[in-house]
Design a protein. Structure first.
Length: 119
């Protein structure tokens, strides 16, 4: 368990501090359950607000002519562009590695013989 501080009226704090440890533990268990339920309510309200906002955005987008098919096409185009960029970057990296290897004396023939030894 982790300790937190909660502001309470002075009278309640004095009464709480005057009860037995067992009674305090009992109250703390009950408060833990109550706080947990309240936190779950806050999370649910937040999720509900997010869902409402997403629905509102979806309706506005559809009203402006954005259909699920158009959205999928837009996302696929963006994904294709990212793939092309990654492919170009990988190709450039491989070319650089090949040049470095060759500059350090690793020829295709040497590489082939090394790979043949591993088989």
């Amino acid at each position: 368990m982790e300790q937190i501080t909660i502001n309470l009226p002075k009278e309640i704090a004095l009464r709480y501090n005057s009860i037995s440890e067992e009674d305090r533990e009992n109250i703390e268990q009950k408060l833990t359950k109550i706080i947990n339920l309240e936190l779950e309510n806050v999370r649910q309200k937040s999720n509900d607000k997010l869902s409402e906002l997403m629905d509102e955005i979806s309706m506005k987008a559809q009203a402006r002519g954005l259909t699920p098919e158009i959205l999928i096409n837009i996302l696929n185009e963006a994904l294709d562009e990212k793939r092309q960029q990654a492919s170009l970057k990988l190709s450039a990296t491989m070319d650089k590695a090949s040049d470095e290897a060759e500059a350090n004396g690793l020829t295709p023939e040497i590489l082939e013989s090394i790979l043949a030894e591993d088989e």
